[in-house]
Design a protein around this ligand. Sequence first.
Ligand code: ATP
Length: 650
Amino acid sequence: MDNAGVSWATMRSLASDKSVTQQQLPAGLAHRILRYARPYIRIILPFLTIVAAVAVLGIVTPLLLKAIIDRGIVPGDIGVVVWLAVAVAGVALLEAILSLLQRWYSSRLGEGFIYDLRCEVFDHVQRMPLAFFVRAQTGALTSRLNNDIIGAQRALTNTLSSVVSNVLSLVLVLGTMFTLSWQITLIALILLPLFLLPVKWVGKRLQRVTREQMAVDAEMSSLMTERFGVGGAMLTKLYGRADEETRMFSGRAARVRDLGVLSAMYSRVFFVALTLLAALATAVVYGLGGALVIGGTFQLGTLVALAALLTRLYGPLTALSNVHVDIMTALVSFHRVFEVLDLRPMIEERTDAVALPADAGSLEFDSVSFRYPGPEEVSLASLESVARQESTPSHQVLHDVSFRAAPGEMIALVGHSGAGKTTITHLAGRLYEVDSGSVRIGGHDVRDVQLSSLYSTVGVVTQEAHLFHDTIRANLAYARPSATDEELLQALRTAQLEHLLAELPDGLDTVVGDRGYRLSGGEKQRLAIARLLLKAPPIVVLDEATAHLDSESEAAVQQALRTALSGRTSLVIAHRLATIREADRILVISDGRIAEQGTHAELLAHNGLYAELYRTQFAAQPDTVPPAGALPVGTHNGSRSGAPVGRGEA
Ligand SMILES: Nc1ncnc2c1ncn2[C@@H]1O[C@H](COP(=O)(O)OP(=O)(O)OP(=O)(O)O)[C@@H](O)[C@H]1O
């Protein structure tokens, strides 16, 4: 009887049971996994050979025991007894050595495989569009990338060796048992259904519980990640919600606890059924076998060998019945990793994409309309079940936006919150794809250019000015890895940060960021500007910091900005009067449309939306334009020299 077949069939029935898998595993999954395993064939083959050798050795010892009794002890031949005992010891030694070798191969296989998959997934995920990261919760995503990859790796090592070794053991053990006594073997097998029924019953439930455990674990850790981030922790404190948060956490942790108990009990039911079965079978072997020995049907050694083989019959059965759960978990893990790998980035480089010329300086929006992609377009259903579902379809954010910034021009975007300013800056850097119309840089549609050349042409400074938890040097060199210390210092000087460097404990090697040296908002902005200066892109997209800065920092940021923007085309979400005044043209955005455009003076004279914005947002601000001549101000078109009133064509 092919017990392995029984186990595989059990597994297949589990796989097709929707309540267990909740999602049908795709047909080509096994093939795809094999493709990943192929490069490891040089490790897999010796590995499986050793596994098979260990399985064969497993039946040698009982046979040697039989021989010791029947040919040595019973006839009283001491020489045979000694030699066979030495042989038993030799087999044990060989088994030990092979087991070490087996582990060596399996760990190399497993770790190598994890490495491949991890690197591939990391590379793929970081190339996903921004929309993906906006939706996916970081905690859920990283747990997916860690747990599922490890789960998938188990399939190749534990599960593969377990299947091969146990199938082989079963065949060998059963074959040998049949030869020794077909009656006893048959009885041992008749007991099998007793064992398979609870296995099937428990297996299904265990699978469901495991899946739920994974989901709840991910939920619990993403709650922790979010609440223990600085932003989350601050909110919790400021709103005095610690007790509620603990209650929410306890709720999830309680579910983890309950599922843990359930899963432990299911596993134990399974284990108890097996132990009971083994005990019953041993009783049968000794009861029936003992009678047969007394009746002279077979020898005492045969009885001992049968009893020893019996322990090796249910062992592989235990493993094989567990293996379907392992395989299932591993397949699900593979499937989930592949799901991430199959997620096609919405923004892809065309095969015939061209490189932008180094001096591409114009930026043009031509009748651009845009709506943010919905979750189904950018994310994964299984990640979304952890992330909050958003049911409302996204509305159109930009309508028919057209403008052109000539090389060297500065365009300021102003407008009420939610008007679409940030969205316009996102589209300029092709962080999202337009729905209709086009964004052109240097006359090229951004969809036709190589992404690397687009990223080196357009430099972006966001409001948060994110810095990695690394040294100032590393953060700056991110923009230009080849920069010399002198260039880094020059950039810092231009960004008005030189004095800061003198105060820092380790100068350029001071670690900044979450767990490092704390920079103020203004300093972070200026560091981001220094980073931009090193990148030296012809086009700059900038979201001015809204955070309140004291007037000294504000003046420093303003100075740094003016230098950074001089001679470059720039698109700036302006929050400061000083910036708006310097713009060649101001676009007033309202409800995703350009409501008005012109210079500060022209728009004020027009007395429309801009004039209202000016009165409510800007008029009260101090005019912190640094005195002319205080720094090497760019003089594009010979005119941006700190003059209070911007000029340019409407
Ligand atoms: N990732 C997103 N997915 C869906 N909708 C979004 C997303 N980001 C912004 N929106 C929506 O797009 C609209 C415009 O937002 P945008 O951030 O461009 O406005 P804004 O003018 O920059 O506002 P603010 O000055 O407050 O930053 C808003 O209605 C906003 O809800």
